[in-house]
Structure formats: structure tokens, C-alpha cells
Design a protein around this ligand. Structure first.
Ligand SMILES: [Zn+2]
Length: 820
């Protein structure tokens, strides 16, 4: 492969420039490539006194406050909670409220909820049975779920809604929401009290798939087994009332998570006396619920540099063998949190370590983990350690961890976050010899999920974005930071957070922009987690650089800590604090489904004409001589065939002796007169350019994916040296489809490469090299195997098969397991 070679003349340079201008005029007004650099202000909400044009809380910013007092009782046998709550609601808004909306998220499990009634069926046709386009399969998980939903009465029972003095209030339940009508309108600056008695049957998480619920362990030594209870979205919660949307009472459909008001909680949790409770907040009655030994260990853990068991694995194993009829009430206080969750079980091992954060905000944070024996060594080694690592990294990028506890609880939920407490799913595998092992992927899952969920305590538990509307605002930002923390833990573990991780998704066709309401997002993982995380990674490492990005990101986190940011506040802050126009970036990555594919399609190597005919015409002669000769000429020569002129030398004339590149004085005079007519400065420039005789390379780039991005160009010279050129995305501002770039160099170039380190999520690497490279890949030989369906099976032979006993089956299962 070789580069195309051209001679460069002053005239060619001029023509070349004009062609760029022409192309831009056309492509900016037609086709799909318009608007890449159009200002985002036309799309973002108009700044006002609540939210400034700088992306800051405005001078009249306000938010509501809701404080809760709750007494809750867990009925282990019935797997049910019953509770009484009072809510103090502070109206800090400038508006008078005639009613208050309350979220009843447990109602999502009612058979008449929108979520249940609109659940769609996913089935793959079984092609073996000829079901090419007919649904043919239902999973056992789906059947289990349907059976659980049919067997259990689910959703909140609301037994009382009253005001502070116990007088009943009118209320209407609307799906997962409830409107409570106030007897007198609540004026700005006033507060009111609501008292609600409620209860519900807890769902089995494994059966229904939820963010909380119970998990049953039938194999425990205790008769009837044990449960782990995870309680979240468990109390009627005041819906957020905001300056940008008023009541955020969009029905809970399962995907779009939560948006809450900050407030203070005082919660009393009444559980079997042998249970250990992990909860949002600080335990205020240690003396009534912990043994002296446990209190002593907890005290010791505050100053330890390794996790200390408050409940050891041996004690937990002993504890889970029996039960009790006695009860204990655990009391927790939590200040300035937007939600409250807890977990309870007699199976819990409990370890704790004080994280000495320093600073004024929260010098000591108790990092703690709660897990059953099934979590085993994996949890013992990595859970609390990961909790602390997360705070260390996240605080550097945002603000000091603001709460007194930071907890990781193992239960049936794969990964879910609440203030000060997270639910995380990874487990060990029990082997036949009684030992427990875990795979690298399970280890990565544990460290990764703990980092991710503890990270959520920053975003969105403190930087309180609206999850019901925008999944990416918490998941995307959090995935970006968990990627930082994961790679700071160990970059050799594949965390899936590099720009290249999003390439396959980016080039897929069935996509919606990141800026899509949570419940309508397709492919939630790549759309709301990986793509925004990759985008921010690219923004940091490629576009802004770490200094500008980290300053702006921290500014965003600090501006909006304990407040309620919208996407516009994020976009504006990042732009305003970095001082870089990023509208094209938000448009491309967040508002469109374009992908990155910059193709380097052609490189011309040009040499400046000297205008001196004795030099230039000799170059042309050489160029002509370098052209390939045709088969006709080659074969005639090979056959020894002489030309007519060769056979008859007497007919040769002047033209046979002087070729068409012969220079005459006429050209020499013209050259002299060209030099004479140059202005002195023109002559200086011309002479210097001729003397330097540099290499002029013209590179033609095409933007095949549509997403405008910087061009990270690596130049490799024939002497083996390399140079990196960073061409900002603005090169596409007048023509987003194709641009050319002139590169002038002393040295000879052997290769140009676009984004050689895969930093921009460019989906097609092949077209990034000039000259093109052979793409390495692999191929595997395979053998066709016949599939046996109901028609092609050997029925006559199969009918002779002997029926196996239960013992045979058991033996076979064992062998199967060993093979795995
Ligand atoms: Zn998350």
C-alpha cells in the first residue's frame, strides 16, 4: 500500500482552500449533518431566579423538607410489616398547596398497577418446533413470578390518614400515588403534619424481582429456615414538589427510580430479638440491642485499620440455628437524608472499620458490612475495604462523605443504594467438601457493585437528581466515577468502563438518545450507564483534560450537594466552570444517537514547485519515468521485438533526441520574470519555502458516524519517531461530514493513525490508519452437528431406553457438575 503522490503548486493550494468553503455551504443546510454546533440554549430551559444561567442554584432557590417519625414492626412469620408514621412537611416554596402527593411504591406490585397491566411478554420462538414467528417459550422465572403474584396480596394497606391532631383527612389512591387533601391550604413558609398507619406483605425478591424484599434460606439448620429482609420504598413517602415540575407524581413503573425531599428521620424498628439490623442513620440505643462484647468490638473498630467483627462468622452461624419469640426495638436517627432503608436477619455477620476521613464535615465514618455465611470470605475480604476505597476516591472528586455511616448489606438484591446503606448481591459457591470459592467475575462483581452503590450515596443521595426523569444523571455520573475508583483499585480487572466498551452499542441502530425519560429508555445499561460514563471519561481525558474537567465536575457536585440539579444545571456548570464551549458535545453524546467513526480516507503527499524549469521539468520527467509500463510494451520487449525507429535509425530527428520535458530559454526567461514581479516579502517567503523544501501532506477525513469529535492524530515518521496532534472538534464546525487538513513537516511520514489508543469510542478502527493495516482476527474450525427435533429423532432406537432410577439421576448430576 502506498500513499498517493502529487506535486504541489501555489495554484493548487488556493483551489484546495476554495473547495473546503464550497462544501461547507452545502452540507450545513442539507442532510443529517446540520446543527452539530448549534447552541444548546435553544433547547435548555430559560434561566430564572431558581436556576441561574451559570448552572447554579439561583438566588431564590428553594426546596421542600419532609421529616419522618416511624415505628415499624416486622412480622417474620407472616413476612409483613406494620407501621405508624408521622410526616412533618415544610412548605418552603413560594406557592400555596391545597394537597400533598404521597408515593406508595409498594402498590407497583398490585395487579391493577400500570406496571403490571403494561408488562410486555418476551419470548423467543422455538425454531425446532417450527415456531418461527409464534411465541413458544415462557421462562420458569416468569411462571414463578406469576404464581407468587397470584398467591399473595401485595401493595400498601393504608389504615389511617390523619392530621397532627388525629383528625382524619380525605385521600385518594391513584396507582402508586396518593393525594391527601389538606383541610386548610398550606401557605409558603408554613408546615403541617400527616399521620399515616400502613402495612404490607413483603415480596419475595427472587420471585418478583424488586429493589427490596425477603430471601428465604431453606437449608439453614433452623427448622423452617431463615430469611434476610431488605426493606426499601417501605413507607409512604412525600413526593417531591419542585420549581421545574411542581409535583413529581408520575406513576412508578419500576424503571424510573425515585426523587425525594431531604429531611430528618427518627425510626424505631421492632424485630425478633436475635436479628441484627443495618439501617440508614445512626443507632441510638446500642445498650438495649447490642451485647457488651458487641459494643466493645464496635468501639474498637472505630480506630482499627482493618475491619473488626462485631458479630463473627461463628456467632452468626450459631445464631441462625435457632429462633426466638422475644423482640428488640432498634432506634435509628438520620439527618438530612432523602430516603431511609434497612435490613434485618439473624443470619448477619457484621464487620466494621472506622474511616478516618478528617476534615470538619464528618471526620469519622463507620464503614460496615452485613452478610450471611453465603457471602463468606469474599465479603470478609472485600466489602468493607471497597466501601472505604469508594469514599476515598469519590470525596476527592466531589465533597467529603457527609454521613456518619456507610454500609454494604448482602441480600437478594443485586445492587441498590439508599442513604448510608446499600444492598449488594454477590455470593460464594458452596463446594462438596464444604468449602466456599468465588470466581474472578464474582470478585469483580462484589468490588464493582459495592463501589457503585456506595458511590450512589454521593449521586443521587446527596446530589439529588431526579431519577424518575433521568436515569443517566445518577447512573451515568456514578458509573463514570465507579470507573475511576475501579481502575484505581486494579486497572487489570476488566471494569467495562473504557471508551471502547461502548463501541458496539454506539453503532447499533435500535437506540434512543441519553436524554430520554427513564421508563422509555431502550437498553438501559448501555444507554444510561456506560454511554454517559464513557462520554464523561472522554470529556475528561480527551477534550477538557483532567485539570479543567476535575475542577468543573467538583464545582457541579458542590453546587448541588443536598440540592436538586437538572440536566441543564449539569451541562451549564461543566461548560461555565471549564470555560470551554461544550454544546456540540452535549448535542452529540446526550441528544443524538450518532456514533463516532472518523475515517482517514486519503493522504496526498505534495512537494512545492520551485517554478525553476530546470528543476521542475526534470521532476516531471522523473514522474513520467516512474509510471508503470503496459503489458503490451513489456511483452514486446520480452519478445525482443524492435521498434520501427530502432530498426531505422536514419529517420530519427530532433524530437527523438529532446523529449517533451526539455527546457528552453523561453521558459528560463519566464521564470526570471516571475521572480522579478514578486514583491520583496513574497520573494522572501517563496525563497525560504523552496530552500526548506518541506513535505506537505493533505489528509482527507470523513465523519461517517455523525458524532463530531476531536481528531487524535498520531504521525509516525520514517525515522521511527512519533508525534501526536490533537485537532479539536471545532475542525468540523463548517462541514461536519468531511474536512481536509494540511500537515507540513521536515520529515517523511510512514503512517498516519487516528485515535490509535482507542480513546474516542471510534466504532471502526480499520479506517483509522493510512496506509490501511491488515486487521488481525481469529478463526475457529468447527464441525456441523445435527439437531434432533421431534421429527428427526431416532424414535425406534430411543424407545429401547431403560428408565433411570432417582439414584442414577443423582450420580449423573454429580458427574455433570464435575465436568463444569
Ligand atoms: Zn446505579
Amino acid at each position: 500500500m502506498k500513499k498517493t503522490m502529487f506535486w504541489l503548486t501555489a495554484g493548487v493550494i488556493a483551489t484546495f482552500n476554495i473547495s473546503v468553503v464550497d462544501a461547507s455551504v452545502v452540507s450545513q443546510t442539507k442532510g443529517n449533518f446540520v446543527d452539530k454546533f448549534r447552541q444548546l440554549d435553544e433547547v435548555l430551559p430559560t434561566a430564572n431566579v431558581y436556576r441561574s444561567a451559570a448552572g447554579e442554584p439561583g438566588e431564590q432557590y428553594w426546596q421542600q423538607q419532609a421529616d419522618y417519625n416511624i415505628k415499624v414492626r416486622l412480622d417474620e412469620d407472616k413476612r409483613r410489616i406494620d407501621a405508624e408514621e408521622t410526616i412533618q412537611y415544610h412548605n418552603n416554596s413560594p406557592y400555596t398547596l391545597k394537597y400533598i402527593w404521597i408515593q406508595l411504591d409498594q402498590n407497583i406490585f398490585r395487579s391493577d398497577s400500570i406496571a403490571e397491566r403494561t408488562a410486555t411478554f418476551n419470548s423467543k420462538p422455538d425454531q425446532n418446533l417450527g415456531g418461527v414467528d409464534k411465541p413458544a417459550r415462557i421462562s420458569l422465572n416468569q411462571l414463578r413470578r406469576d404464581q407468587f403474584m397470584a398467591d399473595n396480596e401485595l401493595g400498601f394497606s393504608i389504615d389511617k390518614v390523619a392530621d397532627g391532631r388525629g383528625r382524619g383527612l380525605e385521600f385518594v389512591v391513584v396507582g402508586t400515588n396518593m393525594r391527601v387533601d389538606l383541610p386548610t391550604p398550606l401557605k409558603p413558609g408554613q408546615k403541617t403534619e400527616l399521620a399515616i398507619d400502613f402495612g404490607f406483605n413483603i415480596v419475595e425478591e427472587d420471585a418478583v424481582g424488586a429493589r427490596s424484599g425477603y430471601e428465604h434460606f431453606a437449608d439453614d439448620a433452623r427448622e423452617g429456615g431463615n430469611d434476610i429482609f431488605l426493606l426499601a420504598q417501605w413507607y409512604p413517602r412525600v413526593a417531591a414538589f419542585t420549581d421545574y415540575e411542581a409535583w413529581t407524581n408520575k406513576e412508578f413503573l419500576g424503571r424510573g427510580e425515585f426523587t425525594q425531599e431531604f429531611g430528618n428521620f427518627s425510626v424505631e424498628i421492632d424485630v425478633p430479638a436475635d436479628h441484627i439490623v443495618s439501617s440508614t442513620g445512626v443507632l441510638t440505643n446500642e445498650r438495649s440491642v447490642l451485647t457488651p462484647t458487641q459494643r466493645e468490638r464496635l468501639e474498637k473498630s472505630k480506630k482499627s485499620d482493618k475491619p473488626v467483627f462485631v458479630v463473627t462468622p461463628e456467632e452468626a452461624l450459631e445464631n441462625e440455628k435457632e429462633g426466638t419469640d422475644k423482640r428488640k426495638v432498634w432506634k435509628f436517627e438520620a439527618e438530612n437524608v432523602r430516603d431511609f432503608a434497612w435490613a434485618s436477619s439473624r443470619k448477619f455477620i457484621w464487620d466494621a472499620q472506622g474511616y478516618q476521613q478528617g476534615g470538619d464535615v464528618q471526620p469519622l465514618v463507620m464503614a460496615m458490612s452485613f452478610y450471611p455465611k453465603e457471602g463468606g470470605e469474599l465479603w470478609e475480604k472485600y466489602s468493607t475495604e471497597s466501601v472505604i476505597h469508594t469514599m476515598e476516591v469519590y470525596s476527592r472528586f466531589s465533597f467529603d462523605y457527609p454521613y456518619p455511616t456507610s454500609q454494604s448489606v448482602n441480600g437478594p438484591v443485586g445492587g441498590m443504594e439508599y442513604p448510608m446503606i446499600t444492598f449488594n448481591g454477590p455470593r460464594t459457591i458452596l463446594q462438596d467438601d464444604g468449602s466456599r470459592t468465588y470466581s474472578l467475575s464474582e470478585k469483580r462483581f462484589l468490588i464493582g457493585v459495592v463501589i457503585h452503590e456506595i458511590g450512589h450515596i454521593y449521586f443521587p443521595m446527596v446530589v439529588n437528581s431526579d431519577e424518575r426523569q433521568w436515569t443517566w444523571m445518577d447512573e451515568g455520573l456514578n458509573s463514570f466515577l465507579d470507573g475511576v475508583a475501579g481502575r484505581e483499585w486494579d486497572p487489570s480487572i476488566p471494569w467495562g468502563v473504557e471508551p471502547r466498551s461502548i463501541v458496539d452499542y454506539m453503532k447499533s441502530t435500535n437506540q434512543v438518545p441519553i436524554m430520554t425519560q427513564s421508563d422509555s429508555v431502550l437498553n438501559l445499561g448501555p444507554n444510561a450507564y456506560t454511554k454517559p460514563a464513557a462520554a464523561l471519561n472522554i470529556l475528561r481525558e480527551v477534550i477538557l483534560g483532567r485539570e479543567l474537567f476535575d475542577f468543573a465536575f467538583k464545582e457541579y457536585a458542590q453546587r448541588w450537594a443536598f440540592k436538586r440539579p437538572t440536566p441543564a444545571d449539569f451541562f451549564r456548570t461543566m461548560e461555565e466552570a471549564s470555560g470551554v464551549d461544550l454544546d456540540w458535545f452535549w448535542r452529540g453524546w446526550f441528544y443524538s444517537t450518532d456514533h463516532v467513526d472518523i475515517s482517514l480516507d486519503r493522504v496526498y503527499k505534495l512537494r512545492l514547485d520551485t517554478k525553476d524549469p530546470d528543476i521542475d521539468w526534470e521532476r516531471r520527467r522523473q514522474e513520467e519515468a516512474d509510471k508503470p509500463t503496459s503489458y503490451f510494451v513489456q511483452r514486446n520487449e520480452a519478445e525482443g521485438r524492435k521498434t520501427w525507429v530502432e530498426m531505422n535509425p536514419e529517420i530519427r530527428d530532433y524530437h527523438d533526441e529532446n523529449d517533451r520535458f526539455t527546457v528552453t530559454n523561453k521558459q528560463r526567461n519566464a521564470y526570471q520574470s516571475f521572480l522579478d514581479k514578486l514583491e520583496p516579502w513574497e520573494r522572501r517567503v517563496f525563497d525560504r519555502a523552496i530552500a526548506e523544501d518541506k513535505n506537505y501532506y493533505v489528509l482527507d477525513f470523513n465523519n461517517l458516524g455523525g458524532l463530531v469529535m476531536p481528531i487524535l492524530l498520531q504521525v509516525t515518521y520514517t525515522d521511527g519517531t512519533q508525534e501526536d496532534l490533537h485537532i479539536p472538534a471545532e475542525i468540523w464546525r463548517r462541514n461536519a461530514k468531511s474536512v481536509s487538513k494540511l500537515i507540513v513537516t521536515d520529515k517523511e511520514v510512514s503512517e498516519f493513525a487516528v485515535d490509535p489508543n482507542w480513546e474516542t469510542a471510534d466504532v471502526d478502527i480499520e479506517n483509522n490508519f493510512y496506509p490501511r493495516r491488515i486487521m488481525p482476527s481469529r478463526i475457529e474450525a468447527f464441525k456441523w452437528q445435527r439437531t434432533h427435533d421431534h421429527v428427526s429423532r431416532d424414535l425406534m432406537q430411543d424407545a429401547k431406553t431403560k428408565l433411570k432410577s432417582d439414584d442414577d439421576n443423582e450420580e449423573e448430576n454429580k458427574e455433570d457438575n464435575q465436568e463444569q
